[in-house]
Design a protein around this ligand. Structure first.
Ligand SMILES: [Zn+2]
Length: 202
């Protein structure tokens, strides 16, 4: 049984009943009402999620960002390939459906994930989302690092992520910024990624 904010019991209709009501409103030539009802119906089917991830940068490591290997004198430190952008997107996907975080699903104490390609982690996370009956509407993300310049690699990252998640390139926004040489990112000690995703119920 569901309750409203006053603590009163609320009826739980099967979602199909809302579609039937919408069709009835359409057929009764009340397009104004039906459009509003349809908006209400669909607003109930969306979920938003946000993710953030940090990694240290160190010599002797590869720099994987967004599924792309970027030539640089430093790489990201981590248990997996330490792909900061893919990890932030995984967390955003999990967060949207209240499924915990990446550490819960792929713990860094588990040797299965040692050195693993984070594209595999993103694929596994996407499978979880699909199993729950949701698909991705769009992703917006921001990378924050001082060096190297990310612009030349953004389209390859979009392609890699869109392939894994079965979405269009225009559904995967990747932006990049620096901290104007301030803080750990500015000193090139580490990097950060932020991601927001919108999911819709299929
Ligand atoms: Zn990470």
């Amino acid at each position: 049984m569901m309750y409203d904010f006053r603590g009163n019991q609320r009826n739980q209709f099967h979602p199909r009943i809302y579609h039937i009501l919408y069709m009835v409103l359409l057929l009764t030539r009340l397009p104004f009402l039906s459009t509003h009802f349809y908006g209400y119906l669909h607003s109930m089917s969306y979920r938003i999620g946000s993710g953030i991830d940090f990694h240290q940068l160190a010599a002797g490591r590869q720099l994987w960002i967004g599924g792309v290997l970027i030539p640089h004198h430093k790489g990201a430190v981590g248990h997996s390939d330490a792909d900061v952008l893919l990890h932030a997107i995984c967390d955003a996907l999990l967060g949207a459906l209240c499924l915990g975080d990446i550490g819960k699903h792929f713990p860094d104490t588990d040797n299965t994930y040692k050195g693993i390609d984070s594209k595999i982690l993103l694929e596994k996370t996407h499978n979880l989302i699909e199993q729950k009956g949701y698909s991705i509407v769009n992703i917006d993300s921001t990378l924050c690092l001082q060096a190297p310049k990310i612009a030349p690699y953004i389209s390859a990252m979009q392609q890699a992520i869109a392939n894994i998640l079965s979405v269009q390139l225009t559904d995967v926004s990747i932006k990049a910024t620096t901290t104007e040489k301030m803080g750990f990112a500015g000193r090139e000690e580490g990097l950060v990624a932020y991601a927001t995703v919108l999911l819709k119920k299929d």
